[in-house]
Design a protein around this ligand. Structure first.
Ligand code: FEO
Length: 401
């Protein structure tokens, strides 16, 4: 049975959520599921904004058919050609043979790459600033390269001030009846997943997100309709401000994130001794995570959130303990920058981790390494306890500075 939702009197949400998928992009755990949103505007001409992932295709087509109420589909706009949104594009074309596919030149190339379908006479190529009128509504298109693929674009409904934002402003998490962010406790229940989605999916492309935000700043936006997660119609500025911070690699929390890679618990002990010392000095909102336990996507998200990061690692096979090595590689891949970092190492006979972690961090942009570091030889002894207290002093001084 169909279950589409109403956004405005002639704008409808046709999406559905996948609560079974374990890993988004076969990489990121989504215990709260994910929604795939598509939207239909019923005007003199009907216009569909994007399609959906194959996993929710059946529901999507029921919704589309019910919403169209026997009318034909005139346009389908492809804001983003990634298969989580376009796997069902060909099925749309086959079900609605007269439909015109709207996208930019790169979109059309990708359609050819993904599908074997001759779209001659059935496509409309748009570029920056082009408009498309469907009757009461006029839509304009803005390119958003690398948010999150090179062909990505956004569509703005100039009549009702609706931004169809593609992956931008999306989040992990299934929708449960409520469509709008103001119908949920977004900050409490969704923000962490929104940050994890942003940082892991487009975190690398801060300058490109900035370019899109500059374009958006010139628009009067009453609604943001992303391809994942809830729709925004209130407090839009609050969410845009989050994007400002994330895309400029500006920390949200001035505090210390401690991540440790520990084989037998002694490096973990050092991390906790440090966290206790920081707390005694008045630092609040300290976070401590085990790199072997907390998923990499969460750690990357936390690195975007916190101003100060302490990395504590055992030496392993004469290198960095593998989970910490993987984290460093992912921090680099996602362009983590503008952070102050301190290092703790452990090694029972030849500690190497600090030197190697420093070398990795030096390849990242604007990472300020605290000179103060702590070396353990197997476990925390009195000398290391004192050194950890001194490291806490250095971190507090830096936080206050
Ligand atoms: Fe939701 Fe980049 O696809």
């Amino acid at each position: 049975m169909y279950c589409y939702g109403t956004v405005t009197p002639d704008l409808f949400w046709l999406g559905d959520s996948d609560r079974r998928l374990a890993l988004f992009e076969n990489a990121y755990p989504i215990p709260r599921g994910v929604s795939y949103n598509a939207y239909l505007v019923m005007d003199e001409k009907t216009i569909l904004m994007d399609t959906v992932d194959r996993s929710v295709g059946e529901q999507f087509f029921e919704n589309l058919e019910a919403c169209l109420k026997g009318r034909n589909l005139d346009y389908v706009v492809i804001n983003h050609m990634e298969p989580d949104h376009c796997a069902t594009l060909i099925d749309v074309i086959l079900r609605y043979p007269g439909v015109t596919v709207v996208g930019n030149a790169k979109t059309m190339t990708m359609i050819d790459q993904f599908f074997d379908f001759d779209m001659t006479g059935q496509s409309l190529i748009v570029k920056e600033g082009d408009t498309l009128c469907t009757g009461r509504h006029t839509f304009t298109f803005a390119m958003a390269p690398m948010v999150h693929w090179p062909e990505a674009m956004v569509t703005y409904d100039m009549s009702d001030k609706v931004l169809f934002s593609a992956d931008a402003f999306g989040t992990f998490g299934a929708l449960s009846g409520n469509l709008f962010a103001d119908q949920m406790d977004f900050e409490h229940d969704w923000l962490s997943d929104a940050r994890r989605y942003y940082t892991n999916i487009v975190g690398k492309y801060g300058p490109q997100v900035q370019a899109l935000l500059k374009k958006a700043a010139n628009l009067d936006i009453q609604y943001i309709c992303p391809l994942h997660g809830p729709i925004w119609r209130e407090n839009v500025e609050w969410y845009i401000d989050k994007y400002q911070k994330w895309s400029t690699y500006t920390p949200e929390v001035k505090s210390v994130l401690v991540i440790y890679g520990s084989v037998y618990g002694h490096t973990e002990n050092a991390a906790l001794v440090l966290a206790g010392a920081l707390s005694r000095r008045g630092v609040t909102n300290i976070a401590v995570h085990d790199a072997s336990v907390t998923h990499l996507s969460e750690l990357v998200s936390l690195c975007f959130q916190y101003s100060h990061i302490v990395l504590a690692s055992a030496t392993y096979n004469n290198g960095i303990f593998t989970p910490m090595e993987t984290l460093l590689s992912d921090m680099k891949a996602h362009n983590v920058q503008n952070r102050t970092v301190a290092i703790i190492e452990n090694g029972s006979w030849a500690p190497q981790a600090a030197k190697l972690m420093r070398a990795e961090l030096e390849h990242m942009k604007n990472i300020r390494l605290l000179e103060q570091s702590v070396t353990l030889k197997s476990s925390v002894k009195e000398a290391q306890r004192v050194a950890l207290e001194e490291l806490a002093d250095a971190l507090v001084a830096d936080l206050q500075g």
